[in-house]
Every structure is written in structure tokens, then in C-alpha cells.
Design a protein around this ligand. Structure first.
Ligand code: ZN
Length: 177
């Protein structure tokens, strides 16, 4: 259609829904950004700078492990779309919320944030992304390789005051904390 943009058509609606559900797609370590065809057919105006990701939010204490909190947490990293609507028991058992978000691909991937739960009390919430393509552990962007990264390495202060790199393999859901 235009540059790196393709229109993909399906005979069956269910095939289309399956492909949309399984986003994002990684092909040869590159991100294939799949967006819904706009109802008005105006594909030139689809925002291809945003990508749908499933993200895990770790570090929430038990009262917050509730999918009703998902929109608030999702807003820290992008636009909230949905959750897997796991029961409280299931969320407690696995220890995280699973949230579907629209993330701006050219920004660095949000790896964590502090959730204020009471005056003077904060919780360190760590995000882990499902099916992440090649990601730059220097600056946390997915659009380039760290060998070509001109950005300074990003660091954060942890709860115990230690300086730690912001990004690393742990931002992938397949890698343990
Ligand atoms: Zn980088």
C-alpha cells in the first residue's frame, strides 16, 4: 500500500479476530504492528506509532491485585484497552495483573513506576511485556538496536535507594524477575 504498510484481508471474521487477539507479532525479531482496519476505510490516518501489547504489572499488594485497578495502572504506560479479567484468586496466585495497552512505539517502554498507596508509602510496580521484539536495554526503545543507540543509559533509584539500570531482559515476561 505505502512503504512498509500492508492491507491484510480475511475470508472469515474469526480468523481476523484470532490474529488481532494474538498481537503483537514478531517476525525475524522485528515488530509487525497489526492495527484494525478503520471503519471509515481511511487507513492513511491510522496511528501506526501505537502498538497493542499485553503487559504484566508485578509488585502490587493483594488488595490492588484486582482487574478493576487495571485502567489506573495502564494509564502509566499507555492507553488502557482491556484486561484478561482474571479472578482475584487467579491474580493472587500468579502475582500480577495482565493488561492490554496501546503503547507509543517510539517512546521508551515503561519498565516500572511507584504507586502511592498511602502517605509516605509507595510500591514499586514492575511491568513485563509479552512477546517483545528486539529491545534496546540502553534506553528501552524497541525501534532500534542498542549498538546504534545514541541515548545515555537509563538508571533508576530502587526502593532501597540503590541505583539500578532501568531496562534489562527482565522487562520481557518470559524472563524471571
Ligand atoms: Zn536505545
Amino acid at each position: 500500500m505505502q512503504g512498509n504498510l500492508w492491507g491484510i484481508f480475511f475470508d472469515l471474521e474469526e480468523d481476523c479476530q484470532l490474529v488481532l487477539r494474538r498481537r503483537p507479532r514478531i517476525v525475524s525479531n522485528q515488530l509487525l504492528n497489526i492495527r484494525e482496519w478503520p471503519e471509515d476505510g481511511d487507513w492513511q490516518n491510522v496511528d501506526m506509532d501505537k502498538v497493542v501489547f499485553w503487559v504484566q504489572a508485578h509488585g502490587l499488594s493483594t488488595p490492588y491485585l484486582n482487574w478493576e485497578n487495571a485502567p489506573t495502572i495502564a494509564n502509566k504506560i499507555g492507553d488502557y484497552l482491556d484486561t484478561d479479567r482474571a479472578s482475584r484468586l487467579e491474580a493472587f496466585r500468579r502475582g500480577y495483573l495482565k493488561i492490554k495497552v496501546n503503547i507509543v512505539v517510539s517512546h521508551h517502554l515503561p519498565a516500572w513506576f511507584f504507586l502511592k498507596i498511602a502517605i509516605g508509602r509507595k510500591e514499586w510496580i514492575q511491568f513485563k511485556h509479552n512477546k517483545l521484539p528486539m529491545v534496546c536495554y540502553n534506553c528501552g526503545r524497541i525501534a532500534h538496536d542498542f549498538k546504534n543507540c545514541m541515548q545515555p543509559k537509563a538508571f533508576v533509584y530502587s526502593l532501597i535507594g540503590k541505583v539500578v539500570p532501568m531496562n534489562g531482559p527482565w522487562i520481557k515476561s518470559e524472563v524471571p524477575m
